[in-house]
Each structure stands twice: as C-alpha cells, then as structure tokens.
Design a protein around this ligand. Structure first.
Ligand SMILES: Cc1ncc(COP(=O)(O)O)c(C=O)c1O
Length: 386
C-alpha cells in the first residue's frame, strides 16, 4: 500500500503528455512528427532578453531578490499597463511570481479555504482544478458552449454559484479555445461577483496575442480583480518560469507572506532577463511574431473547416483552435492517438480540458511555421479520406 497523500491520486496526469511521450518515441524511431499539441510557440526567447540574462550572469546577479520581485521589474510591468491599456497601476500592486502557475497557486491559496469552491469554465486550463485540489478547495466547473464564445456569462454564474462558492476564475483569451470574453461579459461577471462579495481572478496570460481587436484587461473594468499574467507566451519565455499578479493593494502584504514562505522569490536570472522584455527593440520582435501567429491562424482555420472540423467559436487569440470532430469520431483520445500513429500529427484530446463535450473535441495549437501546417493539412486530408 502506498503512503502518498490522497491529493496525489486525485490529481490526474495531463493526457497531452501521453501524446507527447508517444510522439517522442516515434521520433526516436525516425518518424517525422508535426507537433501541434504543446502550448508553446516554436520561437525561442528574443535576443534582447538573452543578452540581459547573459549580462546578469557576468555581473553575478544570482542572489535572492525581494519576495515581491525586483523593484525595476515591478515598475516595468506597471509601465506596460500604462502603455498597453492606459491604466495607472501602482508598481506596489505588481507581484512577481514563478510563472502564471505560481500566480494562480498563490491567488487560490490567498483566497480559498478548504471546502470552498471557485467557478471556472469547462473546457478550461486543467491545472487550475489541481491547484485547488492541492489546497483542499474545489473547482466548480461551468459548462460553456460555442454560443457564448466558450466563456462564462453572468447568467451561468447565477446558475452555478453555491453556498460554498467564493469566486470566479476566467481566462481571456482562453486555453483551449483561444476565445475572448467581451467587455460586456467581463462587466456583467464583475457585477455579479461583487454582488456576492466574491473574488474575480482573470488569467490574461494570452493578452499579448489577440489578433483582430484590442485586448480588454479586467483592470479597465474592475480594479479589485486579480490579474494573472506571465512572460511565458507572448514574451517567449516559457522555460524561465516567471510571471506576475496585479493584486488589489490590501492583498499584497499577504501575497508577500505566502511567497516568502513558499518560493522565497521568483528566479533572479529570469527577473533580470524579463526587464529587457519591455525594451522597444524586444517588443518589435514580439509584435512581428504575433503577426506570424495570426497568419498561421488565418491559414489553418479555413483549411480545418474545409476538412470537416467544426469550429463553433473561432480563435480570437492565443494559438489554439478548439474543434469539434464528431463527424469523424466520438472518442477524442483514440482519434488523437490514431492521427499520431498513422500520420505523425500530434494534437490534444478535449478530455484534457474538462468533461463537457470533451470526447468530441480536440485542441490544435498553431505553433509551427506555415509550411509545416500545410504538411499537417495534407496528412489530415489523407487520414480523413478527403
Ligand atoms: C491559460 C493558462 N494559464 C496559465 C498557464 C501557465 O503558464 P506559465 O508558464 O506562466 O506558468 C498556461 C500554460 O499553458 C495557460 O495556458
């Protein structure tokens, strides 16, 4: 009998890792695999960020930083909100974290007692449920559909809120759907949460990757909301493990206490490097990458639709297309494994993101150059007998 804690057995593995492990095995056997499964772009870390990290290493900047992060980085994040959203955010409200993952865990730890629950969309980013499990709280999954852009609405919030509910987590753009919550949806949810004296956390990790419209930050609407963000996606720094929270002022000392005890601080080298991510030369690189991602989406979306994938709510941002495959299969895991074995295309089964219509959906990440996406479309055509 094992002596591991119950939470370990309760937390399931990421299904996508099964796909990834098999893809790696096939690659080791010499197969050419097109990776559209993992949520990180193929671009590396931008040169100005690498140069800043190299300089920090040469200067021996390798000691702990303050728990809330380097003042210069907190100021740079605050300035970014001024530039991007015309918002005056005090740097005192910026809390530097080990990735958005660290930010989510800290926010839940700050706001939830054991047994309380947080409303979140199904489909949604799966780790949120596990962060809550870790602190003995729970996710209250709210099924969302293409009709509401796979985003929660105030009506759904009314329907699913329980006596044990403490707050709501949204992600806009969302993983796995790439869809946005509209300004009106955000406003209505904020009102509904405030009415209940609850908390609102918005994961804006993909806000730099919104293609056809200006992104909306919840902070434009509700300055008591918690924003989670990160250098992982838009800034191309997944492996550096660095992100941030914008928290209400009165929450910051408590977040500081949690960080001191759990992490001490985010990694120093990553913080030094991240300061350079906001330099104009770096932002120029990032904006051209964003254009490339948009071009990939604009290529792939109509091709998938022509093949018979149904995309109920098109991807407005991030780098994901969430597609209905019920024309081909009602077992998304088997569908993905078969595609991998027979055509060498790796995509993620919907079952990774929840249970609502999960077995008839897949997530396709357009994180490969267009010529590889073209190859993927050709292979899909073969697989689907088109
Ligand atoms: C919606 C969402 N939130 C948070 C994360 C975690 O990101 P980080 O690398 O900053 O920890 C991810 C990563 O895929 C994500 O998709």
């Amino acid at each position: 009998m094992s002596n591991f804690a119950n939470r370990v057995t309760d937390i399931p593995p990421f299904q996508v890792m099964k796909v990834l492990a098999r893809a790696k095995q096939l690659e080791a056997e010499g197969r050419d695999i097109i990776h559209l499964e993992v949520g990180e772009p193929d671009f590396g870390t931008p040169e100005p960020v690498l140069a800043a990290a190299q300089q920090a290493l040469s200067d021996q900047l390798t000691h702990y930083t303050p728990a809330l992060g380097l003042p210069e980085l907190r100021q740079a994040v605050a300035d970014y909100y001024k530039q991007r959203y015309q918002l005056d955010i005090s740097p005192e409200r910026v809390v530097i974290t080990p990735g958005a993952s660290g930010g989510l865990l800290l926010s839940f730890a700050l706001l939830c007692n054991p047994g309380e629950n947080v409303l979140m969309s199904d489909p949604g980013y799966p780790c949120n449920r596990q962060f809550l499990r870790l602190i003995e709280a729970e996710a209250q999954l709210v099924p969302v559909n293409a009709d509401n852009g796979y985003q929660m609405t105030a009506e759904l919030l009314d329907q699913y809120w329980q006596a044990s509910s403490r707050g709501v987590l949204l992600a806009s753009p969302s993983n796995p759907t790439g869809t946005l919550a509209s300004r009106e949806q955000l406003q209505n949810i904020s009102d509904a949460v405030r009415k209940r004296n609850g908390f609102l956390i918005v994961d804006e990790i993909y806000d730099g990757l919104v293609y056809d419209q200006a992104p909306v930050s919840i902070l434009e609407i509700d300055d008591q909301a918690y924003v989670i963000n990160s250098f992982s996606k838009y800034f191309g720094m997944t492996g550096w493990r660095i992100g941030w929270i914008i928290a209400p002022e009165n929450a910051v000392p408590n977040l500081e206490k949690l960080i001191q005890n759990i992490f001490i601080a985010a990694p120093t080298l990553a913080q030094q490097a991240a300061i350079a991510a906001f330099q104009p030369a770096c932002l120029e690189i990032l904006e051209s990458r964003k254009k490339e991602l948009k071009a990939r989406r604009d290529y792939l979306l109509p091709e998938l639709t022509a093949l018979g994938f149904k995309v109920g709510a098109p991807s407005d941002g991030a780098f994901f297309i969430y597609a209905n495959i019920d024309k081909f299969s009602n077992d998304s895991e088997a569908f993905c494994l078969k595609l991998l074995e027979e055509q060498g295309i790796a995509i993620t089964p919907g079952i990774d993101f929840g249970s609502h219509f999960a077995s008839t959906h897949v997530r396709i990440a357009y994180t490969q150059p267009i010529h590889r996406l073209q190859e993927a479309v050709e292979r899909l055509r073969l697989a689907l007998g088109k």
